[in-house]
Design a protein around this ligand. Structure first.
Ligand SMILES: [Fe+2]
Length: 434
């Protein structure tokens, strides 16, 4: 492809692949889950959810729909927010024991990621840690297909229903790692924006910044042509760097975040804004599933690793807990200031899609313009004031950088190279913004 950003390079990939589930979007879509499962030949289905959603109306809608379609449903809800390797192994054992012929996941990223990883272990055995990249795991590739999976998102952020990626906390290392394979892509994604009608403002804000960062990281990620070519096309990860398709969905997701994030947070009755954010989350998920994120996500893992005394209203989780979207956005303004130098046009465009006034801005201004717009959106949605707002100080910067530096793959997908000192400098710049 001859576009400037995707100029061929020596040894780099010269093709890109597009993959996404069959996606149904719209109010009422959850009511069709039984018919969807029936259409896949499923007679007995395992419903994976969390213990907050399990007794609620969304899961009831799905189980009723299954019943109407003559499908038996067995529920598993023993899942913590940010699932760990123990959760995965428990869920996999449940799948093995229930002998269901398909899975429907109903929840946010934690639930959908658990379903993907549990399906892998149920079909191919072993321990989930074997599939993490070295040195944490063995880097074992996912050998082949897993059982049918219908993924139903209930928050407007994760996009996990559209990706082949599962993010799992490893208790021994107290941080998160990724298992990614085209085989983990759900077969069907159901996105019903009515799921977000009752979400607290703070949850909409946090998940909204997750979607925003997915889109912005994909749009500014290193071009696929700079990723090494892979001899076996079947072995190629869908995390392949920015490409024309991920650009399409990332651009639209950025426009949606810029226009509707503050509105959706401010007013739970603003269905237009909340529905748009749900659509934006799926678009950003499609982008991220086909390109991969970079430094803001990589550097969020150090934050969740080292947080000590924080709880966030709207989440039924004991301290220490910081929602994923907040862990990503707190460092993002400082990170994009750093990466802008490598691809100023993409950073300026990203800022403009988010609604920044970039008239007259030069390439040298790109980092400042984008960072300023992110900070405006953070302030408009009552986000913490950088790392300092969630309990970190300059004393923590070295440890944060060392923790996040283990996320080699995501760091390598950034448009600008960074070493440990660069990460420390970015964290230092993220301590406070106002
Ligand atoms: Fe994310």
């Amino acid at each position: 492809m001859g576009c400037q950003y995707f100029e061929p390079t020596d040894g780099g990939a010269n093709t890109f692949t597009v993959a996404m589930p069959k996606l149904t979007f719209g109010r009422g879509a959850l009511h069709d889950t039984g018919a969807r499962a029936s259409g896949m030949g499923i007679k007995r289905i395992a419903l994976i959810t969390d213990d907050v959603l399990a007794p609620g109306p969304l899961v009831a809608t799905v189980t009723d729909s299954m019943k109407s379609a003559g499908i038996e449903t067995i529920v598993f809800s023993d899942i913590r927010i940010e699932p760990d390797d123990d959760t995965i192994m428990r869920a996999a054992k449940f799948l093995t024991d229930t002998k269901a012929d398909g899975v429907i996941s109903v929840g946010g990223g934690s639930v959908i990621d658990t379903a993907k990883a549990a399906l892998l272990i149920e079909r191919h055995g072993g321990n989930i840690r074997e599939y993490f990249a070295p040195p944490v795991g063995d880097g074992k590739p996912v050998p082949g297909p897993v059982a049918p999976h219908i993924a139903c998102a209930t928050t407007s952020g994760t996009g996990s229903e559209c990706t082949s990626i599962s993010v799992i906390r490893v208790n021994e290392f107290n941080t998160k790692f990724v298992v990614a394979s085209p085989w983990l892509l759900p077969d069907i994604a159901i996105v019903d924006p009515s799921c977000c009608d009752s979400l607290p403002a703070n949850v909409v804000a946090s998940t909204g910044f997750d979607l925003l960062c997915h889109a912005l990281e994909c749009y500014t990620a290193e071009a696929y042509t700079k990723h090494l070519n892979v001899d076996n096309p079947n072995a190629r990860q869908l995390i392949q760097g920015a490409n024309p398709f991920s650009d399409l969905s990332a651009r639209e997701a950025l426009k949606i975040a810029g226009k509707y994030l503050a509105r959706g947070v401010a007013d739970s009755t603003d269905h237009e804004a909340r529905d748009q954010l749900m659509w934006g989350a799926s678009l950003a998920g499609i982008a991220f599933g086909n390109s991969g994120t970079h430094l803001p996500h990589a550097m969020s893992y150090g934050v969740t690793h080292l947080m000590t005394d924080i709880t966030t209203t709207g989440y039924p989780v004991a301290s220490p807990f910081v929602p994923h979207g907040i862990s990503v956005i707190v460092s993002a303004p400082a990170i994009f200031k750093y990466t802008a130098e490598a691809q100023p046009d993409r950073h300026l465009d990203g800022a403009a899609y988010l609604g920044a006034d970039s008239k007259g801005a030069t390439p040298d201004d790109a980092g400042e313009v984008l960072s300023k717009r992110l900070i405006e959106l953070m302030r408009a949605t009552d986000m913490p004031n950088g790392l300092g707002g969630i309990g970190f100080s300059g004393d923590h910067v070295k440890a944060l950088a060392e923790s996040s530096f283990r996320q080699k793959r995501a760091i390598a997908n950034a448009p600008r190279d960074s070493n440990l000192t660069d990460l420390e400098n970015m964290y230092n710049g993220a301590l406070n913004y106002w």
